[in-house]
Design a protein around this ligand. Structure first.
Ligand code: MOS
Length: 745
C-alpha cells in the first residue's frame, strides 16, 4: 500500500496507535501550571426562579477559589445582545448564568472553581439553592395539539422545509388500490460519546487564551468565545486534535466552554471544566418525535399518495428543526403528496443534531409504511422499492448528480441472501426462535460548503497541509493525507496534515456528512496550487528542461517534476529550492461549489439495508443475527475508515431500534436514566456479523474528488429494516422505538 494512488486504498488510521495506547490527549487531559478545576451545579427544578443560593458551607472548604452564579458572574456584552453559533436554530440562544430564570431541568446555575476537581465537586454538593417553582410541561405526546409551524432561519439552507403539497392527496388516497396508515412514536435519545465534554483554558495574559475544547468545529468555538467575551479573534485559539466521539453534540459550543473561559478571564488563571456523564444529558438531545403516515398505491404497486406528518419537540427559546418528512417524496415519485413538520415548544433544552438528524427518524416511518404496502400488494418489499424507483428528485424535479441505489438493492440483496426469504410472516423458524428478514432504504444529503487549506513545502521536499477542521473519530486526518499525497505525488510519510486548530485556514463545523466533500477539495486545490508554484519556479531555473513545457504536461512524483510523455525531461524540487535560498514555498486556497451550478442537480447518498432477526417465541427476546448494508456514496477515499463509519452507524441503528431511550418523568420534567447503566446502548453481545459493501458510483458533479459523505447514512435504514424483520418474524407491527421484548408479549 506504499504506492500511489493512495485514495481508494484501505489505509489504517494514522493516529490509531495514539488513540489505542492512550497517548492521544483529549480536551480535559492537557496539563497546565497551577490549573484550577471547575464543577458545574445544575438546577434540580424544571421551571421557575432561583430565590437564593447559599454558598457558605461550600466556601468553608479548603481550596475553593470562587463560586460563580448569576449574582456575581462577570458581565459580558453578550448577555444583552444575541450571538449564536454556526449550528444555532432560530430563536434566542441559551446564556448560562444570565439571570435567576430556570428554563429546564439540569440547567447550569453555578460554577465552583477549586484547586482540585474533587474539592470543586464536593463543594458543589454543599451549595443550597432555594427556588420558586412554576408549572411546566415536558410531555410531547400529551401536548401534540400545541404543534405549530417552526420559525425559519439561516439553518434552513441545510435543513430545507417540507416541499409544498402536490396533486390532491385526499382524493388519490381514497381511490388507491391499497393504503396504509401508521402512527410512530420515537423517544428522546442522548449523545453518549466516550469522551465527555471538557474545556481546558490556558490563560496567556491579558485577554489572550489558548483553549483545548471538545468540539466539532474549532472556528465555531473561537467565534463563540470571541463574540461572547468581546475578545479579538487573534487572541482566541481553539485546539481539538482528538475528539472521542461527538455525533452532533459538538456542533454547538456547550456550556462548559462558556464556564471555563468566564472563570479563566475573571481569575486570570488556567481553568479546566469537565462535565460528568449525567451532565452530558443537560445540553441537547435527539428530540422525541411523533409521526403519522398515510400511503396509498395502485394495483401495479406504484405509490400515488403520500402523507407524512411529524411533530417534534423543541425548547421554549429556540426552534430546532430537522428534516423528517421530505425523504419519501425524494425517493418515491408519487403524484400526490402532503408533507408537514411541526414543533411543540416544551420546558426542555433545545434538541441537538444527532447522527442523521431527522433522516433516521423519518425513514423509520416511511420504510415501515412501504413494508406494509408490500404485504398488502403481495409484493416482495424489495420489488416494491424497484417499482417505485426514481431517477429524479420528484420534490424539485431535478436529476440526481448520481444515484446507484438500484445497485445497492441488488448487490445488498445478493450478499444477504434475500431470495431465501419466505414472504409470509411467521413462516420461518429455527427451534423455538421465529426468524424474520427485513429490508429498508436509506438516504441522506450530499452537501458541500466552503473551506480553505494551506500547503507548505519545505526544502526537504516534504509537505505540510493545514486546515482548522477537526477529526471527530471519522478518519479525517488519514483521508486528507491520502488526498494530499496523491495530488502532490508524494508518499504518505512525506505529507503531514495539521488540523483542528482555529489558527489554521477556515473549515466549517464537522457534521452533516459534508467534511470530506468540503475540506477534501480545499486540500486538493491547495496541493495543486503548490505544484503550480513549484512548476513555475522550476521553469525559471537556468537551462530548465521544463522551460517550454506546460503545467498540464507534467507529473509530480516523489520530489520530481517529470514530463509525462518524455520522462527523461525532469527537474527535482531540490533544484527549485536551490534558487529559492531553501525558503519554504506555500499557498493558501479557498474551495467552494459554484452556488448557481451546484443547485442544478439533486445530491444524495443512498443505502439498502437487509437484516435477519430471531425472536424467542415464548420470551419475546429479540436478537439481530446478521445485517448487510450496501452504500452508494460516490468515490470512497478510504474503504477501511469508510466501512468503520457504516459499521458504527449500523450498530447505532441496532441501539436505536432495540435499546436506546432517555426516560423522562414528566411529573418532575427530569431525565431519569442519565447514566450508561440505565441508558442502554448495544454491547458486543448485541452485535452480530455485519456486512458493508460500497457500490461503484461515479460522480463528476458533486466535487472534483467525486466524493459524497458517509458519516450518517449507516444509521438511516437500520432501525426500519430491524422493525420490518421483527414484523416478518412475529406478525407484530411495533412502531414505537425502542422495541423491547415486552412489546411483543
Ligand atoms: Mo452530525 S449529527 O452532523 O455530527
Amino acid at each position: 500500500m506504499n504506492k500511489q494512488p493512495f485514495t481508494g486504498k484501505p489505509l489504517s488510521r494514522l493516529e490509531g496507535h495514539q488513540k489505542v495506547t492512550g497517548s492521544a490527549k483529549y480536551a480535559g487531559e492537557y496539563e497546565a501550571e497551577d490549573l484550577l478545576y471547575g464543577y458545574v451545579v445544575n438546577s434540580t427544578i424544571t421551571k421557575g426562579k432561583i430565590i437564593s443560593i447559599d454558598k457558605s458551607e461550600a466556601n468553608k472548604l479548603e481550596g475553593i477559589v470562587e463560586i460563580f452564579t448569576h449574582e456575581n458572574r462577570p458581565s459580558t456584552g453578550w448577555f444583552d445582545f444575541q450571538y449564536a453559533d454556526m449550528d444555532a436554530p432560530p430563536g434566542t440562544v441559551f446564556k448560562p448564568l444570565k439571570d435567576n430564570d430556570i428554563k429546564y431541568n439540569g440547567q447550569p446555575i453555578a460554577l465552583v472553581v477549586a484547586t482540585t476537581f474533587e474539592m470543586a465537586r464536593y463543594a458543589a454538593y454543599l451549595i443550597k439553592v432555594t427556588y420558586k417553582e412554576e408549572e411546566f410541561t415536558t410531555d410531547l405526546k400529551a401536548n401534540y395539539k400545541l404543534a405549530r409551524e417552526p420559525k425559519k432561519g439561516l439553518a434552513s439552507m441545510l435543513k430545507p422545509p417540507p416541499p409544498k403539497p402536490t396533486g390532491d392527496f385526499e382524493k388519490a388516497y381514497k381511490t388507491s388500490f391499497v393504503h396504509h396508515e401508521g402512527i410512530f412514536n420515537h423517544g428522546t435519545e442522548n449523545h453518549n460519546p466516550l469522551e465527555m465534554f471538557a474545556t481546558t483554558v490556558i490563560y496567556e495574559g491579558k485577554n489572550k487564551l489558548k483553549i483545548y475544547d471538545k468540539t466539532q468545529g474549532t472556528i465555531n468555538s473561537q467565534l463563540y468565545v470571541a463574540n461572547v467575551f468581546g475578545l479579538k479573534m487573534k487572541n482566541v485559539q481553539v485546539i481539538a486534535p482528538f475528539v472521542g466521539g461527538a455525533f452532533g453534540s459538538g456542533l454547538r459550543p456547550q456550556y462548559q466552554l462558556f464556564m471555563a473561559v468566564m472563570a479563566s478571564l475573571k481569575l486570570k488563571r488556567n481553568v479546566r471544566v469537565t462535565l460528568d456523564r449525567a451532565q452530558m444529558y443537560t445540553f441537547g438531545h435527539r428530540p422525541p418525535t411523533l409521526q403519522y403516515t398515510k400511503f396509498g398505491a395502485n394495483a401495479n404497486g406504484k405509490v400515488n399518495a403520500i402523507n407524512h406528518k411529524a411533530i417534534g419537540e423543541t425548547s421554549q427559546f429556540e426552534d430546532y428543526v430537522e428534516v423528517v418528512v421530505n425523504w419519501s417524496a425524494m425517493l418515491y415519485p408519487a403524484e400526490n403528496t402532503l408533507l408537514e413538520h411541526k414543533l411543540v415548544p416544551l420546558d426542555v433544552y433545545t434538541p441537538l443534531d444527532m447522527r442523521a438528524p431527522g433522516g433516521s427518524t423519518g425513514m423509520h416511518a416511511i420504510e415501515i409504511t412501504m413494508d406494509e404496502l408490500a404485504y398488502q400488494l403481495n409484493l416482495d418489499p424489495l420489488e416494491l422499492r424497484l417499482i417505485n424507483y426514481s431517477e429524479i428528485d420528484k420534490t424539485t424535479g431535478k436529476e440526481y448528480s448520481s444515484k446507484e441505489l438500484r445497485a445497492c438493492y441488488l448487490k445488498g440483496a445478493e450478499k444477504f441472501g434475500w431470495k431465501e426469504r419466505n414472504p409470509k410472516p411467521l413462516s420461518m423458524k429455527r427451534g423455538n426462535k421465529l426468524v424474520g428478514y427485513g429490508m429498508a432504504t436509506g438516504i441522506w444529503d450530499a452537501n458541500r460548503l466552503l473551506a480553505r487549506a494551506q500547503a507548505i513545502m519545505t526544502s526537504d521536499g516534504k509537505v505540510t497541509i493545514k486546515s482548522a477542521v477537526t477529526d471527530i473519530g471519522t478518519g479525517t486526518l488519514t483521508v486528507m493525507t491520502q488526498i494530499a499525497a496523491d495530488e502532490l505525488g508524494l508518499s504518505i510519510e512525506d505529507v503531514t496534515f495539521l488540523y483542528a486548530d482555529s489558527k489554521m485556514p477556515f473549515a466549517p463545523i464537522q457534521g452533516g456528512s459534508f467534511t470530506v466533500a468540503t475540506v477534501g477539495p480545499a486540500v486538493k486545490a491547495a496541493c495543486k496550487a503548490l505544484n503550480k508554484k513549484i512548476f513555475k519556479k522550476a521553469k525559471k531555473i537556468e537551462g530548465s528542461p521544463l522551460e517550454k513545457v506546460k503545467f498540464e504536461e507534467v507529473t509530480f512524483s516523489d520530489g520530481c517534476i517529470i514530463v509525462t510523455n518524455d520522462p527523461k525531461l525532469k527537474c527535482t524540487v531540490q533544484d527549485v529550492f536551490k534558487t529559492n535560498d531553501g525558503k519554504e514555498i506555500k499557498t493558501t486556497n479557498t474551495s467552494m461549489p459554484n452556488p448557481l451550478q451546484y443547485r442544478k442537480k439533486a445530491r444524495a447518498v443512498h443505502s439498502a439495508v437487509f437484516v435477519e432477526v430471531e425472536v424467542d417465541e415464548t420470551l419475546g427476546i429479540i436478537e439481530v443475527k446478521r445485517a448487510v448494508t450496501a452504500v452508494a456514496a460516490g468515490k470512497i477515499i478510504n474503504p477501511k475508515t469508510a466501512e468503520s463509519q457504516i459499521l458504527g452507524g449500523m450498530i447505532w441503528g441496532i441501539g436505536k431500534a432495540l435499546h436506546e431511550e432517555t426516560i423522562t418523568d414528566h411529573r418532575f420534567g427530569k431525565y431519569m436514566n442519565a447514566n450508561l447503566a440505565e441508558y442502554h446502548i448495544p454491547v458486543h453481545a448485541d452485535i452480530p456479523e455485519l456486512g458493508v459493501l460500497f457500490v461503484d458510483e461515479q460522480d463528476d458533479f458533486v466535487n472534483d474528488l467525486g466524493v459524497k459523505g458517509i458519516g450518517e447514512i449507516g444509521i438511516v435504514g437500520m432501525a426500519p429494516a430491524i422493525s420490518n424483520a421483527i414484523f416478518h418474524a412475529t406478525g407484530k407491527r411495533i412502531n414505537d422505538l425502542p422495541i423491547h421484548f415486552d412489546k411483543l408479549l
